[in-house]
Design a protein around this ligand. Structure first.
Ligand code: ZN
Length: 194
C-alpha cells in the first residue's frame, strides 16, 4: 500500500513541477497555451481556436512521454524541428478538419464555435507549432530547430524571464479579450457567422 502511495506521490510531484515549470530542462507545455489563448481569441476570424490551442502544446507530446519516463531520448528531439513540426502541423490540421464538428459542440458552449475552414485550421496549426518552436529554441540549448542543419540561431536572443512574461501575458490579455468577446456574444452584439 505504501509503495502505491509513494508512487502516486512521485507522479503528483512531477506533474506539479511540470505545470509550474520549475526546471528549465523540462517541457514547459502549459506556458505555451498562453500564446494560443491570446492569438486564438484576438484573431478568431482568421484562426481556428481549438486547433491553435492544441498546436501550441502538441509539440511536447514526445518530450512529456520522456519526462514521465515512458521512454528515453533527447527531450527536444524530432518534433522540435521545423521539419518535424511542419509534418506534425499537417497531421494535426487533417485531424482537426475531420473532427471540427465535434470541437464545435464544445466550443459553442463558450461562444467560440467557428465554421469549418481548411485555411483557418492549417494556418492555426502552423502558427501554434511554430510559436512553440521559436519560444523553445530561445530557451533550450539542446534544440536543433533547423535539423539537418546543426546549431540553434535563436538560443538566448531573449532573456528567459522575457519568454515567461510573453506566455503569462498571453493568458492575461487573452483572458481580457475573451471576457470582452463573451460580453458581446451574450448581448447579441457579436454574430458568429464565420
Ligand atoms: Zn517544447
Amino acid at each position: 500500500m505504501s509503495v502505491i502511495t509513494d508512487q502516486l506521490t512521485i507522479v503528483l510531484m512531477v506533474t506539479i513541477k511540470w505545470i509550474c515549470g520549475y526546471y528549465l530542462d523540462m517541457p514547459l507545455t502549459p506556458y505555451h497555451l498562453g500564446v494560443g489563448v491570446f492569438l486564438g481569441v484576438a484573431l478568431l476570424r482568421w484562426l481556428d481556436f481549438p486547433t491553435l490551442c492544441i498546436a501550441t502544446m502538441i509539440v511536447d507530446i514526445r518530450a512529456i512521454a520522456i519526462y514521465f519516463g515512458l521512454f528515453t531520448g533527447n527531450l527536444h528531439g524530432p518534433l522540435h524541428t521545423v521539419l518535424g513540426g511542419t509534418l506534425l502541423a499537417g497531421l494535426l490540421a487533417a485531424i482537426m478538419f475531420k473532427t471540427k464538428p465535434l470541437w464545435n459542440r464544445l466550443s459553442a458552449l463558450f461562444g467560440l464555435a467557428q465554421k469549418r475552414s481548411l485555411y483557418r485550421i492549417v494556418t492555426a496549426s502552423l502558427i501554434g507549432i511554430y510559436s512553440h518552436l521559436i519560444l523553445d529554441a530561445i530557451m533550450h540549448a539542446d534544440m536543433q530547430p533547423l535539423y539537418p542543419l546543426t546549431g540553434n540561431p535563436l538560443l538566448g536572443v531573449l532573456h528567459l524571464s522575457d519568454v515567461y512574461i510573453i506566455c503569462v501575458a498571453g493568458f492575461f490579455f487573452g483572458g481580457i479579450f475573451y471576457l470582452i468577446h463573451l460580453y458581446r456574444w451574450k448581448t447579441g452584439r457579436f454574430h458568429m457567422s464565420y
